[in-house]
Every structure is written in structure tokens, then in C-alpha cells.
Design a protein around this ligand. Structure first.
Ligand code: F6R
Length: 260
């Protein structure tokens, strides 16, 4: 298990980057950061993501809980996004994903779990009330993020301007295509979602982005070393004061500063 820290300064920012020798190392390191926060602040508010990238991190958190090293009883969570329309009980919903991959295996109070309401009668109202909750807590203590191959975070796809608050998103063809691997057929993939906006994500006190595999290399390079543009939504993270990005060697392949 080896990992190398460096601070990416190529664009005048100071994003902490940890390059790991494997997905397992990456997952252990990410879980260690989250566990540290919960141990220091038992009622920490965690912003969570779905997708394949953080699954290993959640497995490691479960192991720490099972070993008696982590207590989720006072933790509150807010997830980034949810398909719309989709009920939480639907096995393709992000709410269901979180139950299966984390919540069902630890002692979290399900009343303390928040996922945007994919079942709401009024989508816009669901977005406004989710954003109001985020404002009320003053931002999550740490937000876990994955990243799309096109640089998306949450469901904030490349576009012409950054969208601030939690909002309704029409999924792009490429995201529908990428997500269809979890559905029986592509027609079953919902075409809309509710997602925290870039502004909602930037309110987090800390950001922890995890990415693995060659398919993420270009997005990671642009995020860290490219210009801050809405065409690469994750590039906005250069403006956040406390970002840690944990990647494996394959996802780090395009980082000029790391390989210099
Ligand atoms: C998930 C999310 C997405 C994913 C991204 C990467 O809640 O908001 O932005 O983080 O699509 O997905 P994976 O990890 O499956 O490659």
C-alpha cells in the first residue's frame, strides 16, 4: 500500500492530491479522512456521492464501524443527487444505492439521512427545500465527490455557465449512456435528476474527490491544471479553499505537475 502526496500549484491554487498505487489504497485513504472527521466531530455532516468510485471508500468505512472504530449514531448525511422521477425504494435509485453500500451496514439513524426527493410531486419545490436544508446547516463538513469522464460533478454537466443551487437537470446522452450499465435497458434510465448545484457543492467546508482508472485521467488533468470553465464543471474546485483529490496512478496519468 503506497501513496504519494503533493500539492498541485500549477494554477496558483493549492489542491492537495494523493496518488495511490491501487483502488484499495485510495479507498482506505479516503475512508481514513472521513473517519478522522467523524471521530473528531461525532455529529459531523457528511455530503455523499453515489457511483462506483466511492464504493470502496464506503466498504472501508463499514470495516471501521465493524471494528468498533467508527460511530455513525450522530452523523447526518446529505447526498449529492437523485434520479427523477424515481422512488427511494426503487433499486436503481441513489437512495437505495446508499442503503445497500453504506447505510444498511452502519449504525446511522435513517432519519439523519438526506437524499434529494426523486419522488416529489413538485421537482422545483424539492430542489428549493433541499437547498434550504443545506443553507440551514451552513454547508456540510466534508463533501465526497466522484467525477465524470467529462468533468461533471454531481449531475452538473459541462455547459456554458455554472449553476449555483440544487436544481433539476436533464441528463445528457453521454451520461444516460454511461449510467445505462446499471439498468436493464437504456430506455429505463431516467432522463432527469435533482442535483446539488456548483454553489451547493462549493458551500462544503471540505471537498474530497476520489477518481480511479484511465477513463478519469483527462478530467482530472483538466480539473487540476486547466482553466476554470463551466465546460469542465469540476475545475471550479480550484477556487475552493480546502480540496483533497485522491486518485490512482491511472487517473493521475495526465497530471503534468505530478509527472514533472
Ligand atoms: C454520483 C454523482 C456522479 C458520479 C460520477 C462518477 O452521485 O454525482 O457525479 O460521481 O458520474 O461516477 P463513477 O464513480 O461511477 O465513475
Amino acid at each position: 500500500m503506497s501513496a504519494k502526496w503533493y500539492t498541485c500549484e500549477s494554477r496558483g491554487n493549492n489542491v492537495k492530491v494523493l496518488v495511490c498505487d491501487s483502488y484499495e489504497t485510495l479507498s482506505k485513504k479516503a475512508a481514513g479522512i472521513l473517519a478522522g472527521i467523524v471521530n473528531v466531530k461525532p455529529d459531523a455532516v457528511l455530503g455523499l456521492a453515489t457511483g462506483s468510485s466511492p464504493v470502496g471508500t464506503y466498504k472501508e468505512l463499514i470495516k471501521l464501524y465493524e471494528a468498533g472504530l467508527l460511530d455513525f449514531s450522530k452523523v447526518r448525511t446529505y447526498n449529492l443527487d437523485e434520479y427523477y422521477p424515481l422512488a427511494p425504494e426503487n433499486d436503481q435509485s441513489y437512495h437505495y444505492f446508499m442503503n445497500v453500500n453504506l447505510f444498511d451496514h452502519v449504525n446511522i439513524d435513517k432519519e439523519s439521512v438526506h437524499v434529494p426527493d426523486g419522488n416529489a410531486a413538485d421537482m422545483n419545490e424539492a430542489c428549493a427545500s433541499y437547498e434550504a436544508m443545506l443553507n440551514e446547516i451552513g454547508g456540510v463538513d466534508i463533501q465526497v465527490l466522484g467525477i465524470g469522464g467529462n468533468g461533471h460533478i454531481g449531475f452538473n454537466e459541462p455547459c456554458d455557465e455554472f449553476v449555483g443551487p440544487t436544481h433539476v437537470v436533464s441528463l445528457t446522452e453521454s451520461t444516460i449512456q454511461a449510467n445505462s450499465r446499471f439498468f436493464e435497458k437504456i430506455e429505463d434510465v431516467p432522463t432527469k435528476a435533482i442535483s446539488m448545484g456548483i454553489g451547493s457543492i462549493m458551500k462544503a467546508k471540505k471537498i474530497l474527490l476520489v477518481a480511479n482508472g484511465a477513463g478519469k485521467a483527462e478530467a482530472i488533468a483538466k480539473t487540476l491544471e486547466g482553466p476554470i470553465v463551466p465546460q469542465v464543471p469540476a475545475s471550479i474546485l480550484q477556487l475552493h479553499p480546502d480540496v483533497t483529490i485522491i486518485v490512482d496512478e491511472a487517473a493521475a496519468a495526465g497530471l503534468k505537475e505530478y509527472h514533472a
